[in-house]
Structures are given as C-alpha cells and as structure tokens.
Write a protein that binds this ligand. Structure first.
Ligand code: ASP
Length: 293
C-alpha cells in the first residue's frame, strides 16, 4: 500500500506516478520470490522502491515534524520465526526499512531509536544522506500551513503515502513491512504505529500478515495489525471479516486509516475507512491492479 487518506489535493500526474511506483514495487517484490527469495526479502524490496520515491511519505518524501525535520519509523517482521526489526524516529537514513531488517538480522534487539539507531546504521554501512535529500518545498508548505491554522488537531495525515507490504512465499512463510515519515507537524520524538510490532506490522505463519496505515495513535491503542490476526486465529474469522470489522470499529471512534492483509492461503483483504487507500496486489505474473478508491 501507499497510504490511506484524502486525495483531493493530488494532481492527476501525481496519481499516475504513484500508481506506476506501486506497480514497480509489487513487480519487484514478486520477482524476488520468483528468483528464490523469501517473502521477507520481497516486502523489503518493495518498500525500498517506495522509500526512494518522493511521492510517498516514507524515506525521501517523508513529511516534516513541528521542528521542520524528518523523523522516520519502519518495521519488518517474519511470520516464520517472529523475527522483527524496527527503527523509530530516525533521521538522515536513506532507507529505514533496510536498517530495520539489519536490526532483525544482526542484533539481539527488536527496536532501535534515534542516535543509537544512527550509529548502528553507520556500523552496518547503511547509507546516511544529508537533510537536502529529504527537502521538498511542497511538503514544507503543508507543515507551515498547519502550524498557522487554527485547527484543533495539530497533527495531520495531509500527505498520504505511508508505505507497506505483505507477502506469502512458496514455503508458506508470511511477512509484513511498513515505513513512514509519520504525521505532518508531529512533535519531535513522536513515534507512530508503523514501527510498533502488532500495530503497524504483524506476520504470523499459518495465520496472516498485516501492514497498517492511518492515524497511528489509534492503531497503537487498538493493536490493529495483531488484532486482525487474533480474530482469525481465535475467532476463526476470515480475513475479509477480521480486517474490515476492526477498521469499521476504528471509524466509529474517529481512527482514520486502513490495512492490507494476507492470510495463510494467500487470500487478500484491503479495507479502509478513509476516502481512499493506494493499494495493489499481485497473485500471478501478469495480474496487478492498483486502486485508490
Ligand atoms: N500510520 C502513520 C503514523 O501514524 C501515518 C500514516 O499511515 O499515514 O505515523
């Protein structure tokens, strides 16, 4: 997915660009698995492509905090052994998802934040890029506008584009990954749902894999990604019902967003309660459909 939210201010050109990028991301993830890679490799690959594209609110196109910096969150999880890697509130990291994967593969930890994450990034040769790499006049204008407005809600999902991916491979291994710049005008140090296991990403073999997008505070409070899997595991719900019900419940309490979910049979559900959610799925070599509404 390429985020849930409101799309009114997007140009036709931007929408086309987003659709193309999502196509490339899904194709590349799929290719990884055709070449013998795992679902974990596939979701990482797909996310890297979207993080490198400034149209999305992740990696290069991340939104600004109230202090006009980018602080990014990401997580990746394998359903095979519950290995999870996550980073939160990291700046100047070109690909937070790669760093999250390194946390899973090369440390005893699950989640690294801030300065410690950055020194770990250096130690594992992750690309660290200057502030200019993330600069966008357009995104800067949006945060300035919110700061000046009289709106009560001072954080905003006014740039869609958190990115996420879920996959199942030939061995039945499920994987999930999510990456974001968070919400526009968030406080420095604010961490959303995306790097939180069970909220932003969750993968559990024989059950399902989920990646969330939306107002992170709600997704944390309701542990949305894990909740979808719980309803499948413990209530015998199917993936459509499990994921749609929790998204509807969030809607009732003002929690905007959506999820992409895939179960152990490869069945897919992508419910959202916002006007749109950029999403696409690929189940064979030729078939890829990108939808927003
Ligand atoms: N979930 C993200 C966050 O709260 C934002 C989003 O998905 O648009 O940081």
């Amino acid at each position: 997915h390429g985020g849930a939210g409101w799309f009114a201010s997007m140009t036709e050109e931007e929408i086309q660009g987003i659709k193309e990028a999502l196509n490339i991301a899904a194709d590349s993830g799929y290719e990884v698995m055709l070449d013998g890679g795992t679902s974990l490799d596939a979701v990482e690959r797909a996310i890297i492509i979207l993080e490198d594209n400034p149209l999305f609110n992740a990696g290069r196109g991340s939104v600004y905090t109230s202090e006009l910096r980018q602080e990014m969150d990401a997580s990746i999880m394998s359903g095979e052994d519950r290995s999870i890697g996550a980073v939160a509130s990291v700046s100047n990291i070109k690909n937070p998802i790669k760093l999250a994967r390194k946390v899973a593969d090369q440390t005893e930890h699950v989640l690294l934040v801030g300065e410690g994450a950055r020194s770990f990034a250096r130690s594992v040769n992750q690309e660290i890029v200057p502030d200019e790499y993330f600069f966008s006049e357009e995104i800067l204008k949006r945060v300035r506008k919110i700061k000046q407005s009289a709106a009560v809600e001072k954080i905003s999902m006014n740039k869609i584009g958190t990115v996420g991916a879920v996959a199942i491979d030939i061995n039945g291994n499920l994987a999930a990954a999510t990456s974001t710049g968070g919400m526009t005008n968030k406080m420095p140090g604010r961490v959303g749902d995306s790097p939180i296991p069970g909220s932003g990403s969750w993968a559990q073999n024989n059950v399902c894999a989920v990646s969330s997008t939306g107002h992170g505070e709600y997704f944390i409070k309701y542990q949305v990604a894990r909740e979808v899997c719980n309803r499948i595991q413990f209530l015998n719900a199917d993936i459509e019902t499990a994921s749609k019900e929790i998204i509807d419940e969030l809607d009732e309490i003002g929690g905007a967003g959506g999820v992409i979910a895939i179960d152990f049979n490869g069945k897919i559900a992508m419910p959202f309660n916002t006007p749109g959610m950029i999403r696409g799925d690929k189940t064979n070599k030729t078939d890829l459909e990108i939808k927003i509404y």
